[in-house]
Design a protein around this ligand. Sequence first.
Ligand code: RP5
Length: 176
Amino acid sequence: MHNSPIVSIIMGSQSDYETLKYSENICAEFDIPYEIQIISAHRTPKLMFDYAESVKTKGIKVIIAGAGGAAHLPGMVSGLTLVPVLAVPVQSKALNGLDSLLSIVQMPGGIPTATFAIGQAGAVNAALFAIQILAMENDALFKKLEHWRTMKSMNALEGNQIVQEKTRKNQGKQEP
Ligand code: RP5
């Protein structure tokens, strides 16, 4: 039996999936029931209205919205629902995603839209942030996040050990 989705991942175009798949991967890794939709603020505006108005009733707790260029999807959806929107600026071809970032981050006061980094890092962090929000009411999820962070710390420490070992060898070679 499938659980109903509690995270919604939306994006303006199929081309955005190359970025938003990193949000999906994190949701899947944490066993979060999620759904994914391509909804364009300008190509399918009616769909965007209908979808944004339905999310709360469907039980969605957080929306991750990715878009590039003019990138008005996250802000428009924020204006249509009180379900929190975590926005991912997609790296555009023309301006490397700076257009996406500035378009999303400069929401006027009153319609908050959390904005993450451009591209893959933003997609990963938006999903982790969504899970952190959900974990506030879910101890098992909180523990999974703690474990995930511990693993990342261990990876960093292992990386440092490898570099230290290499440096010691290199310095040993240089001795007269
Ligand atoms: C935006 O325009 C989308 O979010 C996408 O990042 C960008 C380009 O869209 P396509 O031309 O690939 O459909 O609406």
